[in-house]
Design a protein around this ligand. Sequence first.
Ligand code: NAD
Length: 298
Amino acid sequence: MSKLGFIGLGIMGTPMAGNLLTGGHELYLYDIKPLAKTLVDQGGVPCRSCKEVAQKADIVIIMVPDTPNVADVLFAENGVAAGLSPRKIVVDMSSISPVETKEFARRIEALGCDYLDAPVSGGEVGAKAGSLTIMVGGKQEVFDKVKPLFELMGKNITLVGGNGDGQTCKVANQIIVALTIEAVGEALLFASKAGADPAKVRQALMGGFASSRILEVHGERMIKRTFEPGFRITLHQKDLNLALASARAIGVSLPNTATCQELFNACAAHGGSGWDHSAMVRALEMMAGFEIAEKTES
Ligand code: NAD
């Protein structure tokens, strides 16, 4: 049994922390919002600050929305850094900037502690099922120590490289997801406007080379018009901002990532920041003046 800390208990953090408690670990918890009762009922110990979590736990896990939130959790007045002592480990599982991550790791290591970036893919469903994909950046020996904890939360767990490389991998993941949503949206919109039944088209394509998890899950959302999140557009905009800013910094052009970001921006302009990211198709539909779910004249 290890003494663990968990900071950021939202859509993802609550079920991930629940799986660590089920695994028999002692868990110290902190969020700026009230904690889920289920976590306290399972034996999780609420703390008053990030500092208190870091004082009580040997390994501190963070799962908050964005880079500034992680900076606050780590380095604000009552932050994790103020409560750490040498040889403790900080594991940031949020999806944030690879560049800032390297700096965060350097500052935590300067305190005699270790740092892993370990963002995830798989959504709320994967967090509940303990089947997340976990992309890790950091030292091999630190990864080996934390791996049994990752195995309680995920299935496909890879040490990608040094600090920042886990976050870089997650950005790459979000590029593929955004571009595939766009491709599925264009294909189903085209098929539907051309007079074919989009549900039948999806079913036919599921068996071929165009098959994907996104055609399966988000294709169905587009046809059934179920756009409650899931994964909010505002979070995917954050990830594509990271992709586009990093690409600019290293001198790489990502033309289709930029297009997808513009489509998300169009959704946000129509009140869609909180829609599921599969609702990117709505921006395409606005341009076409046609909705996939509309019945076409036969
Ligand atoms: P969320 O908004 O549901 O939860 C984040 C939690 O962090 C909230 O409870 C919030 O109160 C807390 N928080 C924010 N600032 C804090 C601070 N300074 N101190 C303590 N707590 C603080 O977000 P989420 O959906 O759980 O996503 C978390 C991260 O995981 C994001 O980086 C997101 O991109 C990533 N992610 C989300 C999904 C998904 O499907 N939701 C999938 C993969 C990755």
